[in-house]
Design a protein around this ligand. Structure first.
Ligand code: GRF
Length: 206
């Protein structure tokens, strides 16, 4: 029988990198047949970069300096990703909106995690939006990235209850707990070739 190919990931970050850590741990535990070829940050001081270095993962600081526009920046990102022969791009707290240059280069191969139950509360401060709206439940969503902001085909979701005493901080904490389980699961499904996208719908194959 032919040996299964190892999925080659790139993780794009801007901040703390707890989701990156969850994926690193899941690969190290042998739960995902994948290798993180590089971690790319637009923020040189992102703590996520320290996490990557600690695990011997190559890092690339890719600041938005000297690029004419978003598409030019993304063209440079695509070059980095191609040079690492990446199969799946994972946005783990990457605080930039992607242009068509990135989205078209990796169709149905860019995943994002959003701290709300999409399509509710798209964009920034999703936890604040959920509290302000008064919903009883929120959660997180892993989705493929398309041309919009937080609009692509949904892969997995997890629900958390919103309690009346929740603050933005406590709700974020509860959501992150679920994120750290959900994101590695979605990456695993992709690595196993079990995500079939038809239009907006993502079918999980057995
Ligand atoms: C997560 O809450 C995710 O939902 C959002 O950005 C945050 C990143 O957190 N897109 P971390 O850097 O992985 O800790």
């Amino acid at each position: 029988m032919a040996e299964k190919l190892t999925c080659r990931l790139a993780v794009l970050v801007s901040g703390n990198g707890t989701n990156l850590q969850a994926i690193i741990d899941s690969i190290a535990a042998g739960e995902i047949n994948a290798v993180i070829t590089c971690v790319i940050s637009n923020q040189p001081n992102a703590f996520a970069m320290q996490r990557a270095r600690q695990h011997g993962i190559p890092t690339v600081i890719h600041e938005n300096i000297g690029f004419a526009d978003r598409r030019a920046y993304d063209a440079a990102t695509v070059e980095i990703l191609r040079s690492h022969q990446v199969n799946l791009v994972v946005l783990a707290g990457f605080m930039r909106i992607l242009s068509d240059v990135m989205v078209d280069a990796f169709p149905h191969a860019i995943m994002n995690i959003h701290p709300a139950l999409l399509p509710a509360f798209q964009g920034l401060h999703a936890q604040r939006q959920a509290l302000d709206y008064g919903v009883r439940f929120s959660g997180c969503t892993v989705h493929f990235v398309d041309g919009g902001t937080d609009t692509g085909p949904i892969i997995l979701q997890a629900v958390v209850p919103v309690d009346q005493d929740d603050t933005e901080e406590t709700l974020s904490h509860k959501i992150q707990h679920e994120e750290h389980r959900l994101f590695p699961t979605a990456v695993k499904l992709f690595a196993e070739g079990r995500l079939q996208v038809t239009g907006r719908s993502v079918r999980i194959l057995p």
